[in-house]
Design a protein around this ligand. Structure first.
Ligand SMILES: NC(=O)c1ccc[n+]([C@@H]2O[C@H](COP(=O)([O-])OP(=O)(O)OC[C@H]3O[C@@H](n4cnc5c(N)ncnc54)[C@H](OP(=O)(O)O)[C@@H]3O)[C@@H](O)[C@H]2O)c1
Length: 271
């Protein structure tokens, strides 16, 4: 599996998103994904599926090879809450160490330096291997990188061809962080898009594969979610072809105002 390296940490470029996957289906998909070659699984305290994700990881028999990401929910960012919740996540996942721990969303009610201090403590105490952030703006990335005593390896943000994230990507690069794209196939919206379908036809690929390849070819990590085993293979196989420069530009041109899918307006610090 190709990786994106950030501050010495290697992140498999295709991971499995698990938001909304539940119960036995979740465990089965995680296990199957790992058997098919996925080495990166994305969950969060808020998804309420860490136990099932852990079950799937263990059932694969390949725990040591898999990077597991979880995220601390925004209401638990004060140091005592964070520390307690990370220990709970470890228990649910049934693993000794979380490979990558992220702040799920910024919470202006808790000083960022305190949260990052607690995350650094969890890392130094061996509960967590690496730390990072999610849904951070350019300004927040600057603030976080100044405040953190431990390297921040990634920023996980919504990213797909219908949303221009160039400024955030440039800020990630400036700070030596990887950018991880969530909703990388626009929650299924890539399928049926005329331009993506037409580029796909030229390569014998699906619109979803073109969408994911546009991201991975830029060095952006993707974490597509599917509830269908056959699509696990389809999404992983985005790495098996290359888009031309002309195609890359054409797809970049699909960005539009209002292209964002995930609502972030509840967070007053987001700009
Ligand atoms: N950090 C954050 O705040 C945040 C926010 C949102 C998401 N995330 C993470 O990012 C992951 C991915 O984002 P997402 O779940 O929002 O959306 P996504 O991965 O862009 O899209 C998932 C949707 O696309 C469909 N799909 C999957 N593969 C497909 C294919 N090859 N062709 C056509 N349709 C396909 C799935 O349906 P089927 O199940 O029918 O295949 C599902 O409805 C999440 O699961 C979660 O882990 C993080």
């Amino acid at each position: 599996m190709q990786v994106v390296e950030a501050k010495g940490f290697k992140i498999p470029i295709v991971g499995l998103g698990t938001w909304a996957l539940r119960g036995r289906d979740c465990a089965r998909l995680v296990e199957q994904a790992i058997r098919l070659g996925y080495r990166h699984i994305d969950t969060a305290q808020m998804y309420d599926n860490e136990a099932e994700v852990g079950e799937g990881v263990h059932a694969s028999g390949l725990r040591a090879e898999v990077m597991v990401t979880t995220k601390v929910q925004p209401t638990l960012l004060s140091p005592p809450d964070l520390e307690r919740s990370v220990k709970e996540s470890l228990g649910k996942l049934r693993i000794d160490v979380i490979d990558l721990l992220l702040i799920h969303w910024p919470n202006p009610r808790v000083p960022l330096s305190e949260t990052l201090g607690a995350m650094a403590n969890m890392k130094r105490a061996g509960y967590v291997k690496q730390i990072g952030v999610s849904n951070f703006t350019v300004a927040l990335l600057d603030e976080a990188n100044k405040a953190s005593s431990e390297p921040l390896v990634c920023n996980q943000v919504e990213c797909h061809p219908f949303l221009d994230q160039d400024k955030v990507f440039a800020a990630c690069k400036k700070h030596g962080m990887a950018m991880v794209a969530y909703s990388p196939i626009a929650r299924g919206g890539a399928k049926g898009d005329k331009a993506l379908e037409s580029v796909g036809q030229a390569h014998g690929k699906t619109a979803a594969q073109v969408c994911l390849r546009w991201l991975t070819q830029q060095g952006i990590v993707v974490i597509p979610r599917t509830s269908k085993v056959e699509r696990l293979e389809e999404n992983l196989a985005n790495l098996e072809f290359n888009l031309s420069d002309v195609e890359m530009k054409e797809i970049a041109g699909l960005a539009r105002r209002g292209g964002r899918i995930v609502d972030w307006t509840w967070s007053p610090k987001w700009d």
